[in-house]
Design a protein around this ligand. Structure first.
Ligand SMILES: [Zn+2]
Length: 356
């Protein structure tokens, strides 16, 4: 490990290869990073890809993935992978109502029952089920099932959710140990704990101490505000700085929405980050460029129709290197050409992974 200030460089060794940190992990929600091939991902310098347990459980289902030899064998991505536990997705679903105005999520001490956003069928995640699904998916790093909380919950509500997350963390760890920490394909899976506690300093500190004492392979910081509210994210990391172990990876879940966020996190000693925003913004016409507000060069604007320059002159992505002009990308975006999604995603992800 190399260190400068709080920023540090390290390596995570997994059964599918090394992950050099600090690292931004592109999100392959349903077993694919939207619009891109694995060859594209390799060319971008991707170290590790994230998959979503919630989405993969609904389709195609973890049993099929296991039957196909696990995520890497099934998808063809041969590098390291991480799966989340579904805690965040289930929490998001809890904010929705179905067509008749009914809740889509029921939480009790055992776990969470939820209605699929795809077909309305009911499913149940418990701490044990979430580990078992992730064992079948076979990623190299897996996450405990947590009870996420929104930004605006009271101290009392945040405390109850945090305490439940702690009880669930213990159950997940017991289950993981009973399964000898192995995927159903027989490979080691690192298990990470998740710090909750909302926007409350005392709760965040209590949660950090708990997760550190549990001895997980890595520590994540979760909750609604992480990533979406960078000021609060920085504040929370500041509260925990002294408590966090220096010898384990620190992962902020859901950061960042542009390359600047990644720089800020690196400088605070964060090792791992992920976010769907860069590829989503790409598809919506926002291409990363440091000189534009919030990094967004909105390629759909008329001013780019005759602009011969590449998206960003200092970008090393395949699209900028090949000389694709803003004028051409503007046209592809405006007419909805499928190739636009690939070019835009390549540029934004390259910036997230490589911009310094
Ligand atoms: Zn580029």
């Amino acid at each position: 490990m190399k260190q400068e200030g709080l920023e540090r460089e390290g390596e995570i060794i997994t059964p599918h290869g090394k992950v050099r940190t600090p690292v931004f992990m592109p999100v392959g929600t349903r077993g694919s990073v939207k619009a891109l091939s694995w060859e594209d991902m390799r060319d971008l310098g991707t170290e590790i890809v994230l998959g979503n347990t919630y989405h993969l459980h609904l389709k195609p289902g973890e049993d099929l993935v296991a039957e196909m030899g696990g995520l890497q064998k099934w998808t063809g991505w041969q590098g390291p992978m991480l799966t989340d536990s579904g805690g965040f997705q289930v929490w998001s679903l809890g904010q929705w109502r179905d067509k008749r105005g009914r809740k889509m999520v029921e939480i009790d001490e055992d776990g969470v029952r939820f209605k699929s956003h795809l077909d309305g069928s009911w499913h149940k995640f418990t701490p044990e089920v979430a580990v078992e699904i992730q064992r079948k998916l076979g990623a190299d790093i897996i996450m405990i099932f947590d009870q996420c909380t929104g930004d605006e919950v009271s101290w009392q509500e945040a405390k109850l959710a945090m305490e439940r997350t702690h009880r669930w963390a213990k159950r997940a760890k017991d289950y993981w140990e009973a399964k000898r920490r192995l995927s159903t394909q027989g490979r080691y899976q690192a298990l990470f704990g998740i710090i909750q506690g909302g926007k409350y300093e005392d709760l965040r500190k209590e949660s950090a101490k708990f997760m550190i004492e549990m001895g997980f392979d890595g520590i994540a910081i979760g909750g609604e505000s992480i990533g979406y509210n960078m000021e609060r994210t920085k504040e929370i990391i500041g509260w925990l700085r002294e408590l966090l172990p220096r010898d384990k990876p620190l992962y902020t879940m859901g950061v960042g929405s542009n390359p600047g966020d990644i720089k800020v996190m690196r400088e605070l000693g964060v090792d791992m980050m992920d976010c769907v925003a860069p590829t989503r913004q790409a598809r919506n016409g926002a291409l990363f460029h440091p000189s534009y507000p919030k990094w967004r060069l909105n390629i759909g604007k008329q001013e780019f129709a005759r602009d011969e320059r590449v998206i960003y002159e200092n970008c090393g992505c395949a699209v900028c290197r090949a000389g694709y002009s803003r004028a051409y990308l503007h046209h592809l975006y405006r007419v909805g050409e499928l190739s636009y999604y690939r070019y835009a995603s390549i540029h934004n992800l390259w910036m997230m992974i490589n911009w310094r």
